[in-house]
Design a protein. Structure first.
Length: 356
């Protein structure tokens, strides 16, 4: 993943009117150790692919590594993965155009997937695969499909904040009572999708005002969600804007970790985003790419993401982790995830607010 200053320069260049000239490094094959947690994944195809399926993954290697290793074995494919930030990879894929080596894009959020679809860099996914996922978590034109759900939440330090004191909306985080007490990650892809959702719901001007007010109120910036949760545990901050599953990864090893989850209702802070897949129009392995999509929608792959990493399964019949409330109990905003595609506009707004 690019360092923050390099990522920022990269994003600013994307915002300029002139075309970028990006040299994309050749994908390096990753071979992480196989995990027992995916040993039960079943084969969906035993044929051996003649070529290498190249995946650009905005999902972390520690999550995807064991699953990719199992897919290579079960599908009989040679698979290479380039890992990085979802926004960074989406921008790179758009700039690579027809010269891209990538066959599949696995993004951590719908915004990055939508950006590629908007630039006509994707192929339509077969209906039988799309129908496995509720329509709210896939492209209305079939250009991408969600694989797992990611709910935005406010995590809080239970020693510093009482449940009765928690805000009912993220818009209240600009109040003086939260000065220097809130953590966020402006360069993180999931945060940027959250901001895009706020733009859709509240408009650009109100979102810009919120960003500026948060900065003026002393919101503390971190590189990622894990950094925010760690800071919460230390008592460095009282509240943190993160995704639902990060806390569970901490409490899994430390049941007494002093942080809990708070859900807002109906605002951008309650967004349910989707990590998902798109098949790229540069692929010469459309069939293999679709087999990989099918594999990630298989019950065992869904259970792996749900039980090991506490994400929400998007395929019907797969139970949610017992450590979190169900999708049906959440009250997300009424928003079409395809509307999160305007990464360019969000990066511009974050720049204007002076938070990146």
């Amino acid at each position: 993943m690019l360092r923050r200053n390099k990522w920022f320069t990269f994003g600013l260049r994307f915002l300029s009117a002139s075309s970028l000239s990006i040299v994309v490094a050749a994908c390096a094959t990753t071979q992480p150790q196989e995990s027992n947690s995916v040993d039960n994944l079943t084969a969906t195809d035993s044929s051996v692919a003649a070529q290498t399926l190249t995946i650009y993954s905005g999902r972390e290697e520690k999550i995807m590594g064991p699953l990719i290793q199992k897919a290579k074995k079960d599908l009989g494919m040679d698979i290479e993965v380039r890992y990085g930030d979802s926004t960074e990879l989406a921008i790179a894929l758009i700039e690579e155009g027809k010269n891209s080596r990538a066959d599949v894009f696995y993004a951590q959020d719908a915004g990055a997937l939508g950006a590629l679809a908007k630039e006509k860099r994707t192929l339509t996914i077969p209906t039988q695969l799309l129908n496995k996922v509720d329509q709210q978590f896939r492209s209305p034109t079939g250009q991408w499909t969600g694989i797992s759900g990611r709910a935005r939440v406010i995590d809080y330090n239970t020693k510093l904040v009482k449940p009765s004191e928690l805000p009912t909306s993220v818009m209240q985080l600009t109040e003086p009572k939260w000065r220097n007490k809130v953590g966020w990650a402006p360069t993180n892809g999931s945060f940027q999708s959250f901001v895009t959702a706020m733009r859709v719901l509240e408009g650009d001007q109100k979102t810009l005002e919120w960003l500026k007010a948060m900065k003026a109120n002393g919101a503390k910036s971190y590189n990622n969600n894990s950094g925010i949760v760690e800071a919460l545990g230390r008592g460095e901050i009282a509240l943190g804007l993160v995704n639902n599953y990060y806390l569970h990864r901490f409490t899994k090893t430390d049941p007494n970790f002093p942080v809990a989850i708070h859900h807002t209702r109906g605002d951008a802070g309650a967004l349910i985003n989707a990590a998902g897949l798109a098949v790229l129009n540069t692929t010469d392995q459309k069939s293999d790419a679709e087999k990989f999509v099918a594999y990630m929608l298989s019950p065992d792959a869904q259970r792996y993401l749900t039980q090991e990493f506490y994400e929400y399964p998007l395929v019907q019949g797969i139970p949610v982790s017992q450590k979190q409330i169900s999708l049906e109990q959440l009250q997300p905003p009424d928003i079409d995830l395809s509307e999160l595609a305007d990464l360019k506009g969000t990066l511009s707004l974050l720049q204007e607010a002076g938070v990146v």
